[in-house]
Ligand binder design. Structure first.
Ligand SMILES: CC(C)(COP(=O)(O)OP(=O)(O)OC[C@H]1O[C@@H](n2cnc3c(N)ncnc32)[C@H](O)[C@@H]1OP(=O)(O)O)[C@@H](O)C(=O)NCCC(=O)NCCS
Length: 182
C-alpha cells in the first residue's frame, strides 16, 4: 500500500553540506545498501557531495526517521545525473522511490536542465522498472568492475503521466532496448 497511509516528508538538502548531513547521508546509504556497501565505498560518498556541481539530496522521512534518499548533480549546463538513491529494506514497495523521483524531477524541471541520466546495474530489476515507469529509456550499456550497467535517459520536462506508466508501456521499451533482460 502506498506509504501505508503514513505521512512521508521529503526535504531537499543542497551544498554546502554540514558535517552532520554528510554523516547522515553516509549512514542512510549504509542502511539502504546493507551488505553491498563496503566501508571504502561509504567513505568515498562524501567526496561527490562536496565536489560536484549543483548537488541535490532529497531525503524521505517517515515518523521523523529517514527511510530513503535520491542524490544527483550536474554533468553539463543542461544535463543532470541522478547518481544514487534507495529506500531502506523495511520501507520498500510503498511508493517512496517514486515519490523521491517525482520531487527530484520537479526540481530538475524548475532548474536549467533539460535531460536526466541514470546508470543502473543491469540485474537491478527494481530500479530499472521504476525508471522505465517514470519515462526513462535505455540508451546504452557499459561495464563497470566487469558488471553490465544500463544507461537510462529522460528528456525533461517530465510528463506527469509518466509516473503512472503501465506494464505494457515499459514492456515495449524493454523489448526494444534490452532483449536479454526480459
Ligand atoms: C530500487 C528501489 C529504490 C525501489 O524503491 P521502492 O520505494 O521500493 O520503489 P517504489 O515502491 O516507489 O516502486 C516504484 C516502482 O518500482 C518498481 N519496483 C520497485 N521494487 C520492485 C521490485 N522489487 N521488483 C520489480 N519492480 C520493482 C515497480 O515498477 C514499482 O511500481 P509499482 O509499485 O507500480 O509496481 C529499492 O528497491 C532499493 O532501495 N533498492 C536498493 C538500492 C538500489 O538498488 N538503488 C538503486 C541503485 S542507485
Amino acid at each position: 500500500m502506498e506509504n501505508q497511509g503514513r505521512a512521508l516528508n521529503i526535504t531537499l538538502l543542497q551544498s554546502p553540506f554540514a558535517p552532520k548531513h554528510l554523516a547522515g547521508f553516509t549512514r542512510l546509504s549504509g542502511d539502504v545498501f546493507g551488505a553491498d556497501a563496503s566501508e571504502e565505498w561509504l567513505a568515498s560518498l562524501a567526496w561527490r557531495l562536496e565536489s560536484m556541481p549543483d548537488v541535490t539530496v532529497f531525503i524521505a522521512e517517515r515518523d521523523g526517521a529517514p527511510v530513503g534518499f535520491k542524490a544527483g548533480y550536474a554533468t553539463a549546463l543542461r544535463r543532470y545525473y541522478s547518481w544514487l538513491g534507495g529506500v531502506v529494506p523495511s520501507a520498500r514497495r510503498q511508493g517512496i522511490a517514486r515519490a523521491l523521483m517525482r520531487e527530484q524531477h520537479r526540481w530538475i524541471t524548475a532548474s536549467r536542465f533539460n535531460h536526466v541520466e541514470c546508470h543502473v546495474e543491469q540485474k537491478n530489476r527494481a530500479m530499472i522498472e521504476a525508471n522505465l515507469k517514470a519515462g526513462f529509456v535505455v540508451a546504452g550499456f557499459f561495464l563497470k568492475d566487469n558488471k553490465p550497467y544500463a544507461i537510462m535517459q529522460k528528456e525533461m520536462p517530465a510528463d506527469p503521466a509518466d509516473y503512472a506508466g503501465s506494464r505494457e508501456k515499459i514492456a515495449s521499451r524493454l523489448v526494444m532496448f534490452m532483449p536479454c533482460f526480459t
